[in-house]
Ligand binder design. Sequence first.
Ligand SMILES: [Zn+2]
Ligand SMILES: [Zn+2]
Length: 458
Amino acid sequence: MEPLKKSARTGKEKQQKIFQAPKGMHDILGQDALLFDDLRSVAGAFADSYGYQYIELPVLEDRELFVRSVGVGTDIVDKEMYVVRTQGGDALALRPEFTAGIVRAYIQNGMQNLPQPVKAWTFGPAFRHDNPQAGRYRQFWQADFEFFGADHPIADAEVIQFAVKLSEGFGIPDVCVYINTIGCAECRGQYRKALKAYYRSKSRKLCSDCKRRLKTNPLRLLDCKNETCVMIRKNAPETLEYLCKDCSDHFRKVLGFLDDAKIGYFLDPYLVRGLDYYNRTVFELKSGNQRRQESAETDGFEQNAPAREPLSFGGGGRYDYLMKLLGGQDTPAVGFALGVDRMVDLAREERAKAFKTGPNVYLVQIGDAARMQALRLIEELRTHGIAARFDLSRDSLKAQLRNADREQSAYALIIGQKEVLDNAVILRDMQTGIQESVLMHKLLETLAARLKQKHKTR
Ligand SMILES: [Zn+2]
Ligand SMILES: [Zn+2]
């Protein structure tokens, strides 16, 4: 049962439940809400220019869709899915990620008949019953981008470039790409065997999850965050040594294109991503100064430098088998997802500057006639891109000017009885207190010039 709290105010034995957002889920408000919105429009603008069409998907999908795509033995499927039983007995899951749903939609809506390649993106919440920690939520938001119908390595490079440019465009500092290849159905078998042999020799030291993974899904051993398992990983065989010629060529070309595009990257031989459907290229996006960290480790310099652990905020890769696995035509694909919550955290400082610029204007009115005039003026200012702040329910000049002060408005526009009769407005510089009367038809022009001046001197 939920804990009950006695209401102290009434003094009676009345009991009042205090409602809270579910554990690991959070409200998004204030500046964060603006940043969410902002990220969505930045993503939308980038998606447009790279040719991605927006699609909206159900939050619930057939549970089986994720079991088949994400894979048995992954944390997502084994532990983290919210499964809902419908009255009719169907098992649905709150989407733990987007790729499987987009692939399902591609097949169901006959998108293979569209001119290829097809690029689609979406934005919304996903759900994982994870242990909540800083920056990680059970309901989290993602922007997800998928590129279907191109098997050429340039597609991998294009997607990575797009991911980097979008992240930088939003204001993520020190974006870096961690990249690896996990081979194809052919060469991955060899690698898996080598990996299994290596881990079997260490199996006594592995955590209980990894003991299980060794049997069900050996590639997932590399994802384990357990300290001992991370130590053991240091000598594990690397995918690069087991690639077939095609996979090795593909990877070399992807890196070549990234070099040409001047996209920096780090090779991470143990990056395999926590999902089963990937093949060949996998990558993660992190924010943080890797070089500074490395030099601190190797030569002992800069030990006092704030070398924070690079934070991962997105990732993706190629998944050429997934379409067929889910019942569609054989279609190569590559894509990635960005963690919106994490990105908002990382870019808060940088983006906050953008929200602080633009000195605003406060509209003050005294009397009913002025109120009518003010309502008209708000619309006029709005159509000219000037956001006015106001509280039309107030009458007192003093109270309204106090609000203008609190909002740090650059100017107050004051309309009283006299101004209504003269068809004018008093323009008050909030910093100096200097006032002047401006005729209504000159107002926009005058205001624009003054705001421009203020902007310069800030
Ligand atoms: Zn291969
Ligand atoms: Zn482990």
